[in-house]
Design a protein around this ligand. Structure first.
Ligand code: SAH
Length: 349
């Protein structure tokens, strides 16, 4: 049986047409699911009995199991989902003045192996399906109450989105569809550690989705030491790809820079970052590192020194306000905790 959440509107129309269901009818179904959040086909009032039977026989509407929801003091919510095959993924819902933003996972585990990141402690088990990504949005949205609005999607949870590229693009098309969930492309951000071929492909996407690069280091020696991806695509290759991306899309690039104590937070690091990105239409998001057993967060003074140096050099920069610290909201931390509780599995975080 096919999972209904795998289908973009166009693909659903095509699939249903092959079963004798009109395009108009598939648009109504898409509307029930994504605009009205009605996930039970029997409750789709304007659909005929015959069509309901066909749909019930052909498609599964199965949701993911919610195993845990934790809410922090700042009302950040973290959802732990169990997948059909017993794997776990997590999704974070954050509050901002402009609305709510959801942080989506794209894989079970991650193969990128960044040494400071909790997600990569365990190798990738598998890619998430389109349905599993879409359901994170649908189910979290379903938990919102009257007056609460989901306005943004960041694809920065567990996994490397560009290592699951085809499903990622289908996911974006579904959540962006103005006849469905309708999150504007400019309100969707994909974050990558720097997979060059996919950055180049992403540049050709006819959608204005934001691109964020997990940079974290501004020289090759350090970046290669902590981020395996830099050995395949070093800073020169990455920045050449970003130049092509920028020339094609004209879209400002966001650089994420974790501040890790005595690892990448010195004045020299800040200077190298400035010379790397000076002149680019870029924006730097400084993120105080969430402590793990291996690394710790830069002290406030080091954070401020770094921030001030960038400001003084006219770099667009923000120091991210932190969310959900008390519910282990950093990448992969809740999933790892759950696995540890379940299997007594020893992981280093
Ligand atoms: N693979 C993608 C997206 C997932 S990681 C990427 O690398 O961009 C999302 C972000 O969280 C990355 O910038 C990652 O480096 C960062 N991160 C990893 N461990 C963290 C920690 N302990 N505290 C804060 N951010 C962390």
């Amino acid at each position: 049986m096919k999972n209904i959440f795998e289908f973009s509107r166009e693909k659903l129309e095509e699939d249903l047409l092959s079963k004798g269901i009109s395009k108009y009818r598939s648009q109504q179904i898409f509307d029930w699911i994504y605009k009205k959040n009605v996930l039970d086909v029997e409750k789709m009032q304007n659909i005929s009995k015959i069509d309901i039977e066909i749909i019930k026989n052909e498609y599964s509407f199965e949701k993911m199991k919610v195993v845990d929801v934790k809410e922090s003091s700042d009302r950040t919510k973290k959802f732990l989902f169990e997948l059909n095959d017993g794997n776990y993924i997590e999704t974070v819902l954050m509050n901002f003045s402009y609305g709510k933003s959801i942080c989506i996972s794209t894989q079970v585990g991650c193969d990128m192996g960044c040494s400071f990141c909790a997600s990569g402690k365990d190798k990738k088990v598998r890619d998430l399906t389109v349905a599993e990504m879409v359901l994170q949005v649908v189910q979290v949205k379903d938990s919102l109450v009257e007056g609460e609005n989901l306005t943004n999607i960041v694809i920065m949870g567990i996994g490397e989105p560009f290592d699951n590229y085809i499903n990622l693009i289908d996911f974006i098309k579904i959540v962006n569809d103005n006849k469905g969930i309708n999150i504007g492309a400019r309100h969707i951000t994909v974050s990558t550690c720097g997979l060059v071929p996919q950055i180049l492909e992403f540049a050709n996407l006819p959608l204005q989705v934001n691109l964020a690069i997990s940079l974290h280091f501004a020289n090759d020696e350090k970046r290669s030491k902590y981020m395996k991806i830099n050995k395949a695509y070093n800073l020169e290759k990455l920045f050449n790809a970003l130049e092509i991306y920028y020339n094609k899309t004209n879209r400002r690039i966001t650089f994420e820079y974790l501040l890790i104590k005595e690892v990448n937070d010195s004045l020299t690091d800040a200077k190298q970052l400035v010379s790397l990105i000076k002149g680019l239409n870029a924006y730097v998001n400084l993120i105080p590192y969430n402590d793990t057993q291996m690394f710790s967060r830069s002290p406030k003074e080091a954070q401020n020194r770094f921030y001030d140096y960038l400001m003084k050099n006219r770099i667009n920069v923000t120091l991210r306000r932190e969310q959900g610290l008390d519910i282990s909201a950093a990448c992969g931390q809740l999933r790892i905790k759950k696995m540890r509780d379940d299997y007594g599995k020893r992981v280093d975080n």
